[in-house]
Design a protein around this ligand. Structure first.
Ligand SMILES: CC(C)(COP(=O)(O)OP(=O)(O)OC[C@H]1O[C@@H](n2cnc3c(N)ncnc32)[C@H](O)[C@@H]1OP(=O)(O)O)[C@@H](O)C(=O)NCCC(=O)NCCS
Length: 307
């Protein structure tokens, strides 16, 4: 009883904070319409038939009239009926993979669990036609022609990014693009696909412990799904760590100069995309030269990198 009252108060306060925050953005930021987003996405290079894997910051786009639903509608218009959109719908009740694996009695249930990946993923999960993969830490949501195929094998994949996972199936799509809206090259899950693909050949021991976490499907069947936690020391020097702006900028410049990354404004947000096959191939090339998303500043110096 006490717990449900506490939860009600918590959610009412969160709603209030969200309204205040949205109001502030509305007053201070440039106003962006859905139509402008469609035009900007097209100018950036998002095309009909594309399959995009999106990482985003809503706030960075300016004040979007119609909120997150308008961004999703703009993306749907841009990729059209033959395209697909994937978003991270990860649920990490412990805050990290490791802490989530330590939780007692945690069982992922897509019917009740939301996502911790931001406002666009939250809204996307509730949108018509969106499918969701069954995974205890890295559930992926997809809309579009191949949404079922993209999401339905995850709980049976040998690892988060292994055969049958949304990332492997994303790679099979003819016009697959990793898209960043209003974000840097930091929070991009795609990097980890290389670690899984190379396995022991990846230059660093990025994985720590192996776990099995339960997930419950729509028929109430329980699946034990494999999860690995990351090496904590390496995670502290990874490209998504707040301290690694140098690495984020290095990757941005590297992919731009190699001709794979297209950048431009979408709304008010600095945005970019990289075709998935170029992305993986170039990550592999860089890794063979000792440059990974864990590279330290010395490894990034022009003298250190063999060309
Ligand atoms: C963490 C992260 C989500 C924060 O970005 P953000 O823009 O602050 O957060 P969201 O995208 O959730 O948008 C919410 C904010 O949008 C703003 N907002 C609300 N309505 C809005 C509107 N109509 N138009 C624009 N902004 C609006 C609010 O300020 C809100 O902030 P609040 O949370 O304080 O209420 C982002 O930096 C990031 O890392 N994104 C990638 C996440 C990801 O994919 N991770 C997986 C890779 S490992």
């Amino acid at each position: 009883m006490l717990r449900s009252v506490k939860n009600l108060i918590k959610s009412a306060l969160e709603q209030l904070n969200r309204q205040r925050s949205a109001q502030k953005v509305k007053q201070e930021a440039q106003h962006i319409s859905q139509q402008q987003l469609v035009e900007d996405l097209n100018r950036l290079g998002i095309e009909q038939g594309d399959t995009v894997f999106l990482h985003s910051s809503l706030r960075s786009l300016g004040y979007v009239e119609g909120g997150p639903a308008a961004v999703i509608a703009a993306l749907q218009q841009s990729v059209g009926p033959d395209g697909n959109i994937l978003l991270p719908a990860y649920y990490l009740p412990g805050g990290t993979i490791d802490a989530t694996c330590q939780l007692e009695d945690y069982q992922f249930d897509p019917r009740i669990h939301g996502t911790h990946m931001g406002r666009l993923p939250e809204t996307f999960l509730k949108s018509a036609g969106v499918k969701r993969s069954l995974h205890p830490t890295h559930s992926v949501a997809a809309w579009g022609k191949d949404a079922d195929y993209l999401t339905n094998g995850h709980h049976q994949a040998p690892s988060v990014f292994g055969e049958g996972s949304p990332w492997q199936r994303f790679m099979e799509m003819p016009q697959a693009k990793v898209l960043g809206l209003g974000i840097s090259m930091g929070p991009v899950t795609f990097y980890h696909l290389l670690e899984d693909t190379l396995g022991d050949a990846f230059p660093l021991p990025v994985w720590e412990k192996k776990h099995q976490l339960p997930c419950i499907d729509a028929n109430d069947k329980v699946w034990q799904v494999p999860v690995r936690s990351y090496n904590k020391d390496l995670a502290r020097q990874r490209i998504d760590h707040p301290s690694r702006d140098d690495l984020r900028q290095y990757f941005m410049k590297e992919f731009q100069q190699a001709g794979y990354l297209k950048s431009g404004k979408v709304g008010a947000g600095d945005s970019w995309f990289i075709p998935a096959s170029d992305f993986l191939r170039h990550l592999k090339q860089l890794s063979s030269e000792g440059i990974t998303i864990y590279a330290n500043p010395e490894q990034l110096s022009p003298d250190a990198k063999p060309k």
